[in-house]
Design a protein around this ligand. Structure first.
Ligand code: NAP
Length: 306
Protein backbone atom coordinates (compact mmCIF):
# COMPACT_ATOMS: atom_id res chain seq x y z
CA UNK A 1 0.00 0.00 0.00
CA UNK A 2 1.51 3.32 -1.10
CA UNK A 3 -1.49 5.60 -1.38
CA UNK A 4 -4.53 5.88 0.87
CA UNK A 5 -7.69 7.98 0.62
CA UNK A 6 -9.36 8.78 3.94
CA UNK A 7 -13.04 9.53 4.58
CA UNK A 8 -13.78 11.02 8.00
CA UNK A 9 -10.19 12.17 8.57
CA UNK A 10 -11.30 15.06 10.80
CA UNK A 11 -13.18 12.74 13.18
CA UNK A 12 -12.02 11.21 16.44
CA UNK A 13 -10.72 7.99 14.85
CA UNK A 14 -9.86 9.48 11.44
CA UNK A 15 -7.35 11.83 13.03
CA UNK A 16 -5.45 8.89 14.60
CA UNK A 17 -5.70 7.04 11.28
CA UNK A 18 -4.04 9.86 9.35
CA UNK A 19 -1.26 9.98 11.95
CA UNK A 20 -0.73 6.23 11.59
CA UNK A 21 -0.67 6.40 7.77
CA UNK A 22 1.97 9.13 7.96
CA UNK A 23 3.98 7.03 10.41
CA UNK A 24 3.80 4.14 7.93
CA UNK A 25 5.03 6.45 5.15
CA UNK A 26 1.86 6.07 3.13
CA UNK A 27 0.82 8.96 0.90
CA UNK A 28 -2.49 10.34 2.18
CA UNK A 29 -5.31 12.18 0.47
CA UNK A 30 -8.62 12.92 2.16
CA UNK A 31 -12.15 14.14 1.65
CA UNK A 32 -12.74 17.15 3.90
CA UNK A 33 -16.38 17.77 4.78
CA UNK A 34 -17.11 20.56 7.31
CA UNK A 35 -14.30 20.27 9.84
CA UNK A 36 -10.76 21.05 8.75
CA UNK A 37 -8.07 18.48 9.35
CA UNK A 38 -5.59 18.99 12.17
CA UNK A 39 -2.77 21.45 11.40
CA UNK A 40 0.03 18.88 11.31
CA UNK A 41 -2.06 16.56 9.11
CA UNK A 42 -3.08 19.26 6.64
CA UNK A 43 0.50 20.02 5.70
CA UNK A 44 1.14 16.62 4.18
CA UNK A 45 -2.24 15.78 2.73
CA UNK A 46 -3.83 16.24 -0.63
CA UNK A 47 -7.35 17.33 0.26
CA UNK A 48 -10.65 17.35 -1.64
CA UNK A 49 -13.61 19.34 -0.31
CA UNK A 50 -17.10 17.91 -0.44
CA UNK A 51 -19.57 15.57 1.10
CA UNK A 52 -19.90 11.83 0.88
CA UNK A 53 -23.33 12.40 -0.73
CA UNK A 54 -22.15 14.24 -3.83
CA UNK A 55 -18.36 13.86 -4.05
CA UNK A 56 -17.31 13.18 -7.65
CA UNK A 57 -15.59 9.81 -7.24
CA UNK A 58 -14.42 9.92 -10.87
CA UNK A 59 -12.04 12.74 -9.87
CA UNK A 60 -9.86 10.08 -8.16
CA UNK A 61 -9.50 7.99 -11.31
CA UNK A 62 -6.35 9.71 -12.63
CA UNK A 63 -4.42 8.74 -9.52
CA UNK A 64 -6.35 5.93 -7.81
CA UNK A 65 -5.47 5.18 -4.19
CA UNK A 66 -4.60 1.60 -3.20
CA UNK A 67 -6.95 1.73 -0.22
CA UNK A 68 -9.97 3.84 0.78
CA UNK A 69 -10.36 4.00 4.57
CA UNK A 70 -13.98 4.88 5.31
CA UNK A 71 -14.36 6.29 8.82
CA UNK A 72 -16.98 8.91 7.89
CA UNK A 73 -20.28 8.66 9.66
CA UNK A 74 -23.15 11.05 9.20
CA UNK A 75 -24.39 11.54 12.73
CA UNK A 76 -27.52 12.78 14.49
CA UNK A 77 -28.15 14.12 17.98
CA UNK A 78 -31.25 12.04 18.76
CA UNK A 79 -33.00 8.95 17.41
CA UNK A 80 -34.94 10.80 14.72
CA UNK A 81 -31.93 12.67 13.32
CA UNK A 82 -29.72 9.57 13.58
CA UNK A 83 -32.21 7.62 11.44
CA UNK A 84 -32.35 10.50 8.91
CA UNK A 85 -28.54 10.68 8.81
CA UNK A 86 -28.24 6.91 8.37
CA UNK A 87 -30.66 6.96 5.41
CA UNK A 88 -28.55 9.63 3.69
CA UNK A 89 -25.37 7.80 4.64
CA UNK A 90 -26.76 4.59 3.15
CA UNK A 91 -27.44 6.31 -0.19
CA UNK A 92 -23.95 7.84 -0.16
CA UNK A 93 -22.38 4.44 0.56
CA UNK A 94 -24.41 2.87 -2.28
CA UNK A 95 -23.02 5.53 -4.62
CA UNK A 96 -19.45 4.79 -3.49
CA UNK A 97 -19.92 1.04 -4.01
CA UNK A 98 -21.50 1.58 -7.46
CA UNK A 99 -18.51 3.67 -8.53
CA UNK A 100 -16.02 1.10 -7.22
CA UNK A 101 -17.85 -1.61 -9.19
CA UNK A 102 -17.22 0.27 -12.44
CA UNK A 103 -13.42 0.13 -12.01
CA UNK A 104 -11.26 -2.58 -13.47
CA UNK A 105 -8.85 -2.59 -10.50
CA UNK A 106 -10.79 -0.97 -7.66
CA UNK A 107 -8.99 0.11 -4.50
CA UNK A 108 -9.58 -1.92 -1.35
CA UNK A 109 -12.35 -0.43 0.80
CA UNK A 110 -11.77 -0.66 4.58
CA UNK A 111 -15.00 0.36 6.31
CA UNK A 112 -15.25 1.21 10.01
CA UNK A 113 -18.26 -0.21 11.78
CA UNK A 114 -18.54 -1.02 15.51
CA UNK A 115 -19.05 -3.96 17.84
CA UNK A 116 -22.48 -2.63 18.94
CA UNK A 117 -23.60 -4.20 15.64
CA UNK A 118 -23.44 -7.65 17.30
CA UNK A 119 -25.84 -6.72 20.11
CA UNK A 120 -25.50 -7.76 23.73
CA UNK A 121 -24.51 -11.38 24.46
CA UNK A 122 -23.68 -11.58 28.17
CA UNK A 123 -20.58 -13.75 28.76
CA UNK A 124 -20.81 -15.68 25.46
CA UNK A 125 -17.68 -15.54 23.22
CA UNK A 126 -18.51 -13.60 20.07
CA UNK A 127 -16.36 -13.62 16.94
CA UNK A 128 -16.86 -12.38 13.38
CA UNK A 129 -19.19 -15.28 12.51
CA UNK A 130 -21.91 -13.78 14.76
CA UNK A 131 -24.74 -12.29 12.65
CA UNK A 132 -25.60 -8.60 13.23
CA UNK A 133 -28.24 -7.72 15.83
CA UNK A 134 -27.51 -3.99 16.32
CA UNK A 135 -28.30 -2.13 19.53
CA UNK A 136 -27.79 1.34 21.01
CA UNK A 137 -26.49 3.85 18.38
CA UNK A 138 -26.07 1.06 15.85
CA UNK A 139 -29.83 0.38 15.95
CA UNK A 140 -30.08 3.61 13.95
CA UNK A 141 -26.71 3.75 12.16
CA UNK A 142 -26.50 0.14 10.91
CA UNK A 143 -28.70 0.98 7.92
CA UNK A 144 -25.75 2.90 6.43
CA UNK A 145 -23.51 -0.17 6.64
CA UNK A 146 -25.85 -2.43 4.69
CA UNK A 147 -24.58 -1.57 1.15
CA UNK A 148 -20.99 -2.16 2.30
CA UNK A 149 -21.88 -5.48 3.94
CA UNK A 150 -23.75 -6.48 0.78
CA UNK A 151 -20.72 -5.76 -1.40
CA UNK A 152 -18.44 -7.60 1.05
CA UNK A 153 -20.61 -10.70 0.59
CA UNK A 154 -21.04 -10.30 -3.17
CA UNK A 155 -17.26 -10.30 -3.68
CA UNK A 156 -17.49 -7.93 -6.70
CA UNK A 157 -15.02 -5.50 -5.14
CA UNK A 158 -12.40 -5.90 -2.39
CA UNK A 159 -13.97 -4.87 0.94
CA UNK A 160 -13.02 -5.39 4.58
CA UNK A 161 -15.15 -4.26 7.50
CA UNK A 162 -13.59 -3.57 10.90
CA UNK A 163 -15.63 -3.68 14.11
CA UNK A 164 -13.72 -1.91 16.88
CA UNK A 165 -14.65 -2.45 20.53
CA UNK A 166 -14.76 0.56 22.93
CA UNK A 167 -12.15 2.94 21.46
CA UNK A 168 -10.32 4.93 24.13
CA UNK A 169 -7.87 7.83 23.81
CA UNK A 170 -7.93 11.60 23.81
CA UNK A 171 -11.46 12.84 23.01
CA UNK A 172 -13.21 9.49 23.52
CA UNK A 173 -16.22 8.36 25.62
CA UNK A 174 -13.70 7.96 28.47
CA UNK A 175 -13.50 11.74 28.72
CA UNK A 176 -17.25 12.27 28.49
CA UNK A 177 -18.47 9.49 30.80
CA UNK A 178 -15.58 8.98 33.24
CA UNK A 179 -13.11 11.89 33.42
CA UNK A 180 -15.76 14.61 33.37
CA UNK A 181 -17.85 12.76 35.98
CA UNK A 182 -14.81 12.18 38.21
CA UNK A 183 -13.74 15.81 38.01
CA UNK A 184 -17.19 17.04 38.94
CA UNK A 185 -18.27 14.50 41.55
CA UNK A 186 -14.92 13.19 42.86
CA UNK A 187 -16.28 9.67 42.48
CA UNK A 188 -15.76 6.94 39.87
CA UNK A 189 -19.05 5.98 38.20
CA UNK A 190 -20.32 2.42 37.71
CA UNK A 191 -23.26 2.63 35.34
CA UNK A 192 -26.09 0.22 36.14
CA UNK A 193 -25.05 -3.12 37.66
CA UNK A 194 -21.58 -2.97 36.11
CA UNK A 195 -21.52 -6.70 35.32
CA UNK A 196 -21.45 -6.16 31.52
CA UNK A 197 -18.28 -7.10 29.62
CA UNK A 198 -16.36 -4.40 27.74
CA UNK A 199 -13.47 -4.93 25.31
CA UNK A 200 -11.10 -2.06 24.57
CA UNK A 201 -8.76 -0.73 21.93
CA UNK A 202 -6.77 2.51 22.02
CA UNK A 203 -7.52 4.82 19.06
CA UNK A 204 -3.90 4.68 17.86
CA UNK A 205 -4.06 0.86 17.93
CA UNK A 206 -7.43 0.87 16.20
CA UNK A 207 -5.84 2.94 13.41
CA UNK A 208 -2.76 0.68 13.26
CA UNK A 209 -5.00 -2.42 13.16
CA UNK A 210 -6.94 -0.94 10.23
CA UNK A 211 -3.69 -0.46 8.34
CA UNK A 212 -2.65 -4.01 9.32
CA UNK A 213 -5.98 -5.41 8.04
CA UNK A 214 -5.48 -3.56 4.74
CA UNK A 215 -1.97 -4.98 4.38
CA UNK A 216 -2.37 -8.49 5.71
CA UNK A 217 -6.01 -9.42 5.22
CA UNK A 218 -6.49 -11.63 2.19
CA UNK A 219 -10.22 -11.85 1.57
CA UNK A 220 -13.44 -9.92 1.94
CA UNK A 221 -13.96 -10.40 5.66
CA UNK A 222 -15.01 -8.73 8.90
CA UNK A 223 -12.34 -8.08 11.57
CA UNK A 224 -13.09 -7.40 15.24
CA UNK A 225 -10.61 -4.94 16.74
CA UNK A 226 -9.59 -5.17 20.41
CA UNK A 227 -6.26 -5.57 22.19
CA UNK A 228 -7.06 -7.48 25.39
CA UNK A 229 -9.71 -9.81 26.81
CA UNK A 230 -12.96 -8.11 27.79
CA UNK A 231 -13.42 -7.10 31.44
CA UNK A 232 -16.52 -6.13 33.40
CA UNK A 233 -17.44 -2.47 33.58
CA UNK A 234 -17.09 -2.75 37.38
CA UNK A 235 -13.51 -4.09 37.05
CA UNK A 236 -12.73 -1.14 34.77
CA UNK A 237 -14.15 1.36 37.29
CA UNK A 238 -12.17 -0.40 40.06
CA UNK A 239 -8.96 0.18 38.10
CA UNK A 240 -9.78 3.88 37.96
CA UNK A 241 -10.73 3.97 41.66
CA UNK A 242 -7.48 2.25 42.71
CA UNK A 243 -5.40 4.64 40.64
CA UNK A 244 -7.11 7.78 41.90
CA UNK A 245 -8.13 6.81 45.45
CA UNK A 246 -11.63 8.00 44.56
CA UNK A 247 -14.61 5.95 45.78
CA UNK A 248 -17.00 4.19 43.40
CA UNK A 249 -20.50 5.52 42.86
CA UNK A 250 -23.32 3.47 41.37
CA UNK A 251 -25.14 5.54 38.78
CA UNK A 252 -28.49 4.13 37.68
CA UNK A 253 -29.08 3.64 33.96
CA UNK A 254 -32.17 5.83 34.11
CA UNK A 255 -29.83 8.76 34.91
CA UNK A 256 -27.99 8.16 31.58
CA UNK A 257 -31.41 7.98 29.91
CA UNK A 258 -32.42 11.36 31.30
CA UNK A 259 -29.03 13.08 31.00
CA UNK A 260 -28.19 11.74 27.49
CA UNK A 261 -30.51 9.31 25.70
CA UNK A 262 -31.62 5.71 25.60
CA UNK A 263 -28.83 4.74 23.19
CA UNK A 264 -26.24 5.79 25.81
CA UNK A 265 -27.84 3.78 28.61
CA UNK A 266 -28.06 0.78 26.26
CA UNK A 267 -24.36 1.12 25.43
CA UNK A 268 -23.48 0.91 29.15
CA UNK A 269 -25.70 -2.15 29.61
CA UNK A 270 -24.25 -3.81 26.49
CA UNK A 271 -22.14 -6.87 27.28
CA UNK A 272 -19.79 -8.34 24.69
CA UNK A 273 -17.06 -10.92 25.21
CA UNK A 274 -15.38 -9.99 21.95
CA UNK A 275 -13.13 -12.55 20.24
CA UNK A 276 -11.78 -13.09 16.75
CA UNK A 277 -11.42 -15.95 14.32
CA UNK A 278 -8.43 -14.25 12.64
CA UNK A 279 -5.66 -15.26 15.07
CA UNK A 280 -3.02 -15.69 12.37
CA UNK A 281 -3.22 -12.10 11.08
CA UNK A 282 -2.65 -10.65 14.60
CA UNK A 283 0.41 -12.80 15.37
CA UNK A 284 2.70 -10.15 13.89
CA UNK A 285 0.87 -7.17 15.39
CA UNK A 286 2.24 -5.31 18.45
CA UNK A 287 -0.11 -2.72 19.96
CA UNK A 288 1.13 0.65 21.19
CA UNK A 289 -1.16 0.23 24.22
CA UNK A 290 -1.56 -3.47 25.01
CA UNK A 291 -3.83 -2.83 28.02
CA UNK A 292 -6.13 -0.10 29.28
CA UNK A 293 -4.79 -0.77 32.79
CA UNK A 294 -1.27 0.28 31.74
CA UNK A 295 -2.71 3.33 29.98
CA UNK A 296 -4.61 4.33 33.14
CA UNK A 297 -1.51 3.76 35.30
CA UNK A 298 0.53 6.03 33.03
CA UNK A 299 -1.96 8.88 33.33
CA UNK A 300 -1.18 11.63 35.80
CA UNK A 301 -3.46 11.76 38.83
CA UNK A 302 -4.18 15.42 38.01
CA UNK A 303 -5.78 14.35 34.70
CA UNK A 304 -8.64 12.88 36.68
CA UNK A 305 -9.41 15.57 39.17
CA UNK A 306 -8.59 18.97 37.70
N1 NAP B 1 -15.75 6.56 18.77
C1 NAP B 1 -15.86 5.31 19.18
O1 NAP B 1 -15.66 4.99 20.38
C2 NAP B 1 -16.19 4.24 18.19
C3 NAP B 1 -16.23 2.90 18.63
C4 NAP B 1 -16.48 1.89 17.70
C5 NAP B 1 -16.72 2.23 16.38
N2 NAP B 1 -16.71 3.54 15.97
C6 NAP B 1 -16.99 3.84 14.56
O2 NAP B 1 -15.92 4.57 14.00
C7 NAP B 1 -16.42 5.43 12.96
C8 NAP B 1 -15.87 6.82 13.18
O3 NAP B 1 -16.25 7.23 14.48
P1 NAP B 1 -15.71 8.58 15.11
O4 NAP B 1 -15.94 8.48 16.57
O5 NAP B 1 -14.36 8.90 14.59
O6 NAP B 1 -16.79 9.62 14.51
P2 NAP B 1 -16.70 11.22 14.40
O7 NAP B 1 -15.66 11.75 15.32
O8 NAP B 1 -18.10 11.69 14.57
O9 NAP B 1 -16.22 11.48 12.91
C9 NAP B 1 -17.09 11.34 11.83
C10 NAP B 1 -16.38 11.82 10.59
O10 NAP B 1 -17.28 11.69 9.49
C11 NAP B 1 -17.27 12.90 8.73
N3 NAP B 1 -18.54 13.12 8.05
C12 NAP B 1 -19.76 13.29 8.58
N4 NAP B 1 -20.68 13.53 7.65
C13 NAP B 1 -20.02 13.51 6.46
C14 NAP B 1 -20.40 13.71 5.11
N5 NAP B 1 -21.67 13.96 4.78
N6 NAP B 1 -19.46 13.62 4.15
C15 NAP B 1 -18.17 13.35 4.45
N7 NAP B 1 -17.74 13.18 5.71
C16 NAP B 1 -18.64 13.25 6.71
C17 NAP B 1 -17.04 13.99 9.78
O11 NAP B 1 -16.58 15.19 9.15
P3 NAP B 1 -17.25 16.61 9.53
O12 NAP B 1 -16.97 16.81 11.00
O13 NAP B 1 -16.54 17.55 8.66
O14 NAP B 1 -18.73 16.48 9.25
C18 NAP B 1 -15.96 13.30 10.63
O15 NAP B 1 -14.71 13.48 10.04
C19 NAP B 1 -17.96 5.36 13.06
O16 NAP B 1 -18.44 4.54 12.04
C20 NAP B 1 -18.21 4.72 14.40
O17 NAP B 1 -19.38 3.93 14.40
C21 NAP B 1 -16.43 4.54 16.85
Amino acid sequence: MNKAFVLGGSGFLGNYLIEELHRADIKVSALVHKTTLKQNSRQRINTFNGTLSDFDWHSLENDLPDVIFHSARMGGHDKKTRIQAATQNKQANERLVSWLETLQNPPLLVFVSGSLVYGSHGMQRIDETQPPCPISFQRDYFEAEKPILKSLHSGKIPVRIVRPSWIYGHGSWFQAFYLNYMKKKHKVPVYGKGDNLMAFVHASDCAAMMVHVARHGTKNEVFNLFTEPAMTQRAFSNLLAENTNLPLRHVPLWWLNLRFDRAVSEAFRFSLNLHTQHHSIWKQFSPYHPSIELWILKKNKEDYTQ
